[in-house]
Design a protein around this ligand. Structure first.
Ligand code: NAG
Ligand code: NAG
Ligand code: NAG
Ligand code: NAG
Ligand code: NAG
Length: 260
């Protein structure tokens, strides 16, 4: 009786360990294009190559300091390959030369290479936004600098005016530089200074768990046990970390000792 209960308990925990390390392959597939219509099957014309952000900014003549920073950090080539993926959408808030000259002298030079990179990524929103799309954003807005605690960006709109605040800097969009269906570039007249670089805040008491992992776990536990078991037997991607493997080995050894 006791032994049976232990066996059931052991099987359940083994199943749990496996499920918590496995995710379905189907979740890895590319997101369907929201714009894909009935004509999506028609052969597309030969792509002219990725959009060159540097070229767009050069044409305007107003963004020499931004271009220089993008080149020294190699963010220009990063954007070039990012835009080579036609599913990837991007909105750039581009500070003018006048915006850069408003910064405290030397403040850009005092930044490390990775801070310069973060500063640029903070001006990139990984989505294609028209001016009216800005109304639909919820704050804080996700940027390519990541972490919204150290890098918060809030955007509010009134009519056609789009106000942007980082908490340290208030500015608004003062012009459209470029827009197609993948990339939008807007002019702003201040550099967006994030807390994380210009006034680091103390960390919150309990940092939230990595959102990516939490999502996968949730997905697995949302499935019915039967479906989950099927998927465990069928097409699953098992991503067993060293820790996961270690706990399975411990469980097996533990079980062997119990059953002997
Ligand atoms: C983008 O355009 C700039 C300016 O025309 C040019 O110097 C650069 O080589 C281009 N980048 C790529 C990756 O083609
Ligand atoms: C763009 O993507 C294609 C297909 O993935 C690849 O063959 C090509 O080298 C890429 N071009 C650039 C400039 O990254
Ligand atoms: C946007 O900023 C302008 C001045 O910078 C201000 O008058 C206006 O009230 C702001 N709008 C919002 C929605 O914050
Ligand atoms: C940004 O918006 C969030 C959510 O509305 C708010 O909690 C936060 O105080 C805002 N930050 C700034 C700098 O306006
Ligand atoms: C930004 O705007 C908010 C609300 O209008 C104001 O409280 C704050 O002092 C401004 N911050 C700066 C740095 O101008």
């Amino acid at each position: 009786m006791m032994k049976q209960q232990l066996q059931v308990l052991f099987s359940l925990s083994l199943l749990f360990i496996l499920l918590s390390h496995c995710s379905r392959i189907s979740a890895q597939g590319p997101a369907a294009s929201p714009n894909a219509g009935p004509v999506a099957d028609a052969p597309a014309p030969a792509p002219p190559g990725p959009t060159n952000v540097t070229k767009i900014l050069e044409k305007s003549g107003n963004f020499n300091l931004l271009i220089r920073l993008m080149k020294t950090t190699q963010v220009d080539t990063q954007l070039y390959s990012q835009l080579n993926d036609s599913y990837s959408k991007l909105t750039i808030l581009a500070p003018t030369d006048a915006a850069f000259s408003k910064l405290k002298p030397g403040s850009l030079n005092s930044l490390s290479e990775s801070q310069k990179d973060q500063l640029l990524q903070f001006h990139f929103i990984p989505d294609f936004l028209t001016i009216s799309n800005f109304q639909t954003l919820s704050n804080p807005v996700r940027t390519q600098a990541g972490d919204q605690f150290e890098f918060p960006l809030n955007i509010t709109t009134t009519g056609n005016s789009v106000n942007i605040t980082t908490g340290l800097v208030n500015t608004s969009i003062s012009g459209t530089v470029y827009s197609d269906n993948q990339l939008a570039v807007y002019q702003i007249d201040s550099v967006l200074q994030p807390y994380g670089i210009f006034a680091p805040k103390p960390l919150p008491p309990s940092p939230a768990p990595a959102p990516e992992k939490a999502k996968n776990k949730k997905k697995a536990s949302d499935d019915s046990p039967v479906a989950a078991a099927k998927s465990a037997a069928g097409s699953v991607r098992c991503d067993i970390s060293r820790n996961g493997l270690f706990s399975i080995i411990i469980a097996v050894v533990f079980a062997a000792v119990l059953f002997l």
